[in-house]
Design a binder for this molecule. Sequence first.
Ligand code: SF4
Length: 81
Amino acid sequence: MVPVRATRLRLDPITCDGHGLCAELLPELIALDDWGYPVLLATEIPPHLRAATRRAAAACPKLALTLERTPAGRAVPGRTD
Ligand code: SF4
């Protein structure tokens, strides 16, 4: 195992306007509730979805989506990057 930094997705529900653009751009990680507000299906972003997640966060008109790195030193099995 190699220690890596994982990337997490955060949603600010106070800032979000609930128009659902993020769920259209990133359906793998974001769904909409009955009122059209996003629900994160997972917070840890798989490596193959990092670029799409960055695009979804950049496209949010309210800047309610942010990516953050988890603290260093956490080992992730099977990861070599
Ligand atoms: S794109 Fe931004 S403002 Fe729109 S629903 Fe998603 S998080 Fe909320």
